[in-house]
Structures are given as C-alpha cells and as structure tokens.
Design a protein around this ligand. Structure first.
Ligand code: 8YV
Length: 326
C-alpha cells in the first residue's frame, strides 16, 4: 500500500517533519510561504491528510476540491479555522491539541494581566525614551492584583488554570461565567464562584477572556459590555480576536472608560486596529500565549500523533468531530 500523502501547511519543527516522514509521504513548507486558499487547494488535491495551524481555513470550498482528504490535524486547541460541520459532512476527521498548552497559556494570561495592571510595558517605553528623570508618587501607579476580583469569561481548562493562579497564588476573589457551570468539586478547587455575565462585567477588577470563538461569541465584548465594567478595570484577551470589538475597545481605552487592556489576539490579525496602536494603556503581544519551546513542540507532536494514530490505528487521540466509519 502506498504511504498516505500529508501536507504540512506552515514551517514547523524539523524533527516533527522527520517523524511524519517515517510514516507518510510529506509535502512540507520549509520556507513558510503563506499560501493563499487557492494555492492551498492546489496542494490539497492529491493529499490524504493535512497538518495545519490557524493560518488557513478548512471550509466547504477547500473540501470540495480535496477528494482524498480524510483528516486535518490542527496545531492549536482553538479550531475556529475549521468548518467542523462541513468537515463532518464530508467525512473528514478534525483534530486539535488540547491539554498540552493549558498551563503555558494560563501562565501567559497571568503575565499579560500583571503587565497590564502594573503598566509594565508602558513604563518600559518611558524609561527607554529617556523620560525617567525623577521619582513621583503617582508615576505609573496601576491597579492592585493581589486581593482583587478576577473575572473569567469562558471556564474551560485554560480558564481554570488562570482561576487557580489567581485564587491560590494571589488571593484573588475569582468569579466566572461560562455556558455551563463547573462541578462543585472543580469550583472548590479553583475557588471560583459562578455569576451571570452582567455581574461578571460589573464586579471584575481584571476580566480575562478565554472562551472559544464561535458565531455566538462574536463581539461578546463590545461598547455595551465595556460600559458595564468598572472604570478602573482591565480587560485581557488571550482567546481569539473577534470576541472583542477592537474598534469599540480602542475608543473606550482612549476615553479611559476602562483603565487598560492586555491583548494577545486581534480581529483580522496579524493586522491590528490602528486605534489600539495609538493608545498607551494597552499591552499588545503577537498571539504568543502558547509560545514556549516545550509547549509548541508538544503541540506539534500531538498534531503529528493524531495523524499517525488515525492512519495506523483508525482513530486519532484528540478528535474534534465524530465521523462515520468508512
Ligand atoms: C496557536 C492558539 O499557536 O492553540 C490555540 O488555539 O491560539 C495558539 O496556541 C495558534 O492558533 C497557531 O496555530
């Protein structure tokens, strides 16, 4: 039997390409060319499987011209780049990389919260610009982190990791809102209290977004939601751009309707709303919440494991959809 043909859509660890090559005929992208969807479709035409990141959409149009495709393994826990319904209808297995990035991403969420509340990047820019000439009592005075109220919107694995850090490490009062409540045991472990969305917005000193991006969560935080927040609050988004209305947020930050924001993800990234680049009270990072060497390698290996398990054992390790057996 000929080896299955796999397309790897972006540059990834050479050792993972090497692993894949021991099982499959691999077409990789070592120069990391950002293929258009049309270029991707051309390459996908003779492939049995694909290793993707969030850079490309796996949608109806692509599936229609990928007759051999049986599986797409995303190197990400989020899979809003997949049309899962269309993939399921086409009998294409979808997989993601949960768990391996949970703690690293929660670490970053907390780092972004701290940097935002304590104005770390803003003050560094000031220092680098040679503006620090003397002490003053209110120089870069920020908001308190320890003992404050931490609000979490989206209480999956990463949200729970942030809750634990806040409650156990910083004595924060943790409240959360989610589609479904955690079990009493998990609530106790995270020291987190379930509240309605309006109460979450009104009570949080620091509001962290960790929910998946779906049609329902599009602009879950817009002008109306920001208006319900404390004027001293910070907003942290490590989930997906599109959950926040970036134009409304830029306006609110300019008018100091909230104190500050920390954003790792953006609507239409890698471009960033110009209003966000103009205000000082925002910490901006280029979608790096899972970016440690160890975690990115674990994610790549899990995506590879999914392809190998699917073709060699008939079932992937971390499926997103259930497909009828062929
Ligand atoms: C990825 C992410 O690096 O896992 C996710 O959902 O957002 C990041 O960890 C990114 O999606 C690239 O695939």
């Amino acid at each position: 039997m000929p080896e299955p043909r796999i397309l790897v859509t972006r540059r990834i660890f050479p050792e993972v390409i090497e692993r894949l090559s021991r099982h499959f005929e691999v077409e990789s992208n070592p120069d990391d060319v950002l293929w258009t969807q049309a270029e991707l479709a051309q390459r996908m035409a003779d492939k049995d499987g694909a290793f993707t990141t969030g850079s490309h959409r796996i949608d109806k149009a692509l599936l229609a011209v990928s007759p051999r495709l049986k599986i797409v393994a995303n190197m990400a826990v989020g899979y809003n780049n997949f049309d899962v319904e269309a993939m399921t209808a086409a009998g294409v297995q979808a997989t993601n990389t949960p768990d391996v990035l949970t703690e690293t991403t929660a670490d970053f969420g907390f780092a972004l919260l701290m940097a935002t509340a304590r104005r770390i990047t803003e003050s560094e820019h000031y220092l680098r610009a040679g503006q620090w000439t003397r002490w003053s009592y209110d120089m870069f005075a920020g908001g308190e982190v320890h003992g404050s109220t931490l609000g979490i919107l989206g209480m999956g694995r990463i949200g729970q990791g942030i809750a634990r850090r806040g409650a156990h490490g910083f004595g924060m009062d943790v409240i959360y809102h989610n589609r479904s409540r955690l079990s009493p045991e998990l609530e106790a472990e995270c020291k987190a209290r379930y509240v309605g969305k309006d109460e979450l917005l009104a009570q949080a000193d620091h509001l962290v977004l960790v929910l998946p991006y779906t049609p329902e969560s599009h602009h879950a935080i817009g002008a109306a939601e920001i208006a319900r927040m404390k004027t001293t609050a910070t907003l942290i988004n490590i989930a997906r751009g599109g959950i926040v209305d970036d134009a409304a947020l830029a306006e609110a930050l300019k008018d100091r309707r909230i104190a500050a924001a920390g954003l790792d993800v953006f609507e239409g990234e890698p471009s960033v709303h110009p209003g966000l680049l103009e205000v000082p009270n925002v910490v901006l990072t280029p979608h790096i919440a899972s970016a440690t060497v160890a975690t990115r390698l674990a994610m790549a290996n899990l995506a590879a494991d999914n392809l190998i398990a699917f073709f060699e054992k008939g079932a992937p390790l971390t499926p997103v959809n259930r497909i009828a057996s062929r």
